[in-house]
Design a protein around this ligand. Sequence first.
Ligand code: KG4
Ligand code: ZN
Length: 310
Amino acid sequence: MVEDGRKVLADVIHSQVDVHREFGGVVPELAARDHLERLPALLDLALEKADVRPGDLDLLAVTRGPGLVGCLLVGVGVGEGLAAAWAKPLTGVNHLWGHIYAAMLTRADLEPPLLGLVVSGAHSDLVRMPAHGRFEVIGRTRDDAAGEAFDKAARMLGLGFPGGPALDRLARTGDPARRPLPRPSLPGLEYSFSGLKTALLYRLRELGDSVTDQDRADLAAAFERSVVESLLEKLDRALDEMPASEVVVAGGVAANTLLRRRVAQVVAGRARLTMPPLELCTDNAAMIAAAGFHAARHDAAVDPSLGWGS
Ligand code: KG4
Ligand code: ZN
């Protein structure tokens, strides 16, 4: 529940981590079924927390994509049902727009134009946002997304699921210089993380059974540093090539400790930086409500095709 696309009245999150943990990753069918089972109670809780009645609502917003098809279907079905039952308009929202709009919930006077870096489980995208509901991708990954790379590295290091936050914690006890890993570097504003992943695999093979907890912590720190510095190298270049006064860094990976610290140093003195708080970086409903509000107000219809399409 969000007011005017700027203020969170209630943001209720049910984590599915326990459902997927034993499988070491997200199982799409289980994810969709859990959405269906949990949504009614979550909606009641959100209304109660916000102290809002359905009649008070002006607009319903639901994610149309990109995302897991089964989960999207459940969401859109529930959204359409509620819109019919409550006689309210419903708007479809692009998931990636949502990550950028999470920043608008963080800073009341944040407006486009802005330069955005959205780093999640499936995307590492540099975008320009010239106006509400308008996005132009200027850089993306050729292979793995940053979050996917963190999750796979975490699995190799025996950290289980969910990998990104676990690798973040382990890296805090490691020294990135002791067992350095290469920093990916492609021309222009493109990213690539699959070579780095292979480098980690080889390093672990070399160590074999002799690998110690400290080795694993050092490798986690080295991996994290390579991903973060690669993300920042391109953000730095984008800021040089297309100066902007506002920078937004968002998406699940923007919860990473090292990224949060380093991005502030890279952007300092060149633009104002907004990073949503951790709970608004990882997927949440408030960001979708905010994106729905702003997109509807600016008449920016969402094309359900994947990517940043508008
Ligand atoms: O945006 P998000 O919640 O879901 C998607 O839209 O994909 O991003 C999830 C991704 C996962 O890959 C997760 O491992 C990563 O964000 N992540 C992190 C951290 N917290 C979440 N990666 C590194 N460090 C973290 N602290
Ligand atoms: Zn996301």
